[in-house]
Design a protein around this ligand. Sequence first.
Ligand code: G6P
Length: 464
Amino acid sequence: MSRLVVISNRVAPIREGKVAAGGLAVGVYDALRQNGGIWFGWNGEVGQNPETACESAGNITYVTLGLSKPDYNEYYRGFSNATLWPIFHYRIDLARYSRAEYLGYRRVNAMLAEKLKPLLRPDDILWVHDYHLIPFAAACRQLGIGNRIGFFLHIPFPTTEVLTTVPPHRDLFQTLCDYDLIGFQTESDRMAFQDYVCRELDGLIGTDGSLTACGRNFRAGVYPIGVMPDEIRRLADSYRGRRPMIGRTAEGKLRKTLISVDRLDYSKGLVERFLAYEQLLEHYPEHRRNVELIQIAPTSRTDVKTYQAIRKQLETVAGHVNGRLADLDWMPLHYLNKSLERRTLMGLFRTANVGLVTPLRDGMNLVAKEYVAAQNPADPGVLVLSRFAGAAHELGAALIVNPYDCLGMAEAMDRALRMPLEERKERYEDMMRALRAADLDAWRDNFLRDLRTFGRHRVVTASC
Ligand code: G6P
C-alpha cells in the first residue's frame, strides 16, 4: 500500500485535547489518524531557518519547518491572507495585492517542494490542502516529482468574475492543472472552477468528464468534508451533567442558550449575528432574560489589518448589545476570545438549544455538522444555518437563513427557540442521515480512491 503524504500550510497535532482552530486542522488530523502517514508543513514558528524536524505520534509522522520573517510576511500574512482569502470569500473590498508578496508566495511553495523531495518514495500519494499551496504541484513537477498529487480546497472557489480580480490570476491558477485531481467542497465550487478553466485557460471538458488545459489532463470532483458523528456523540455524552454557569440565573434556573463557535474572521458574519440577536430581543421581548448567546471566537491572524479591524468592530457591537440590554442578573451576550477543549465544546453544543452558524461565506463549516452530531436524539437543539456555508448544500433540514437579512435571522432564532419537539426531532434525523452519508471517512476515502484511479499526471501536449 502506498504511503499517504499530506501537505498543508499549518500542521496541527492535537495537544492537550485541543486542536488548532479551523476545519482543515480538525478534518485532516482525524483523516490521518485513521489512515496513518506523513503530515508536512509549517510548524507555526516565525524567524527560524527552514530546517525540517521530524516527530512521530501514533501512526502520524509530523515533518515541520519554521518560516523566515520575510517568507511569513509575503507568503502567509500577505498573499495568502490579505489577497487570496478575502477574494475567495467574495470580499474584494478587503483585498490588497503586492507583486513582491506574490513572488514570495511562489518562492515559499518552491522551497517547500524542495524540502519535501528527499523524503518521498516513488509510489507515495501526495495530498495537498488549501489556498496557501495552489502552485505546490507545479513546483514539484519542476523538480521532476512524478507522484500522484491531489489538491483539496477547503474554502469556497469564487465565480470567474471575482477570481479574475486576483492580478496574476492566469499565472497562478494555471498551476492547478499540474494536479491529477482537484477536490472542492460543493458542486457550485466545482462548477465555478470548470467555468474558469474553460473561459480563462481555454480548457476543454472531455467525454469522460476530465478537463484538459495548459497541456495537462486532470479531474475535478466534489468531496464535502464531514465529521465523525459517533465520536462527537460520545464526547458530548461524556460531558453530560457538567453544564457551566453560563446559561443560568443567579438562583441556578436554566436559561435557553444559543451557541456560536468561529475563528474571529470577517467571513463569519459575527457582526451581523450580534445585530440580529439584538433584533430578536427587541422584537420578541418574551425572550429577554430567558435566553443567552454564547459566542466563542478565538482570535486568528492577528497581525493582518483586516482582522484587527473586525476585532475592534466586534468589541464595539458586543459592548453595545450588552450595554443596552444587560441587567444586574442577566448578560445577554457572552463573547469569549478563547479556544476551548474539544470535549467542552461538544458538551456546550449538547446543552445549547440553538446552534447559530451564519457565515457570510464559508467553504463548509464543520461547526454546523458538529453541533448536529452532538445533540441528544431524544431532545435535539435546532441549527440555524447560513445559505452561504457549504454545509447548507447537505443540511437543508436546518433553518436556512440569509446572514445579510438581520430581521430574517432574528425571526429564525425565535422560531428555533420555540420549535416543538416533534419538528426538532424530524429535522435532526434528516440532518443526521446527511452527516452519516458523507462522514469524514467518506471524504478521505473517496478523494484518495479517485486520486489512485485517475492515474499519474498526464501531459497531453507541451504546456501553454
Ligand atoms: C481555515 C483555512 C485553513 C486554516 C484555518 C486556520 O480553516 O481553510 O487553511 O489553517 O482557517 O487559519 P490559520 O491562518 O490560523 O492557519
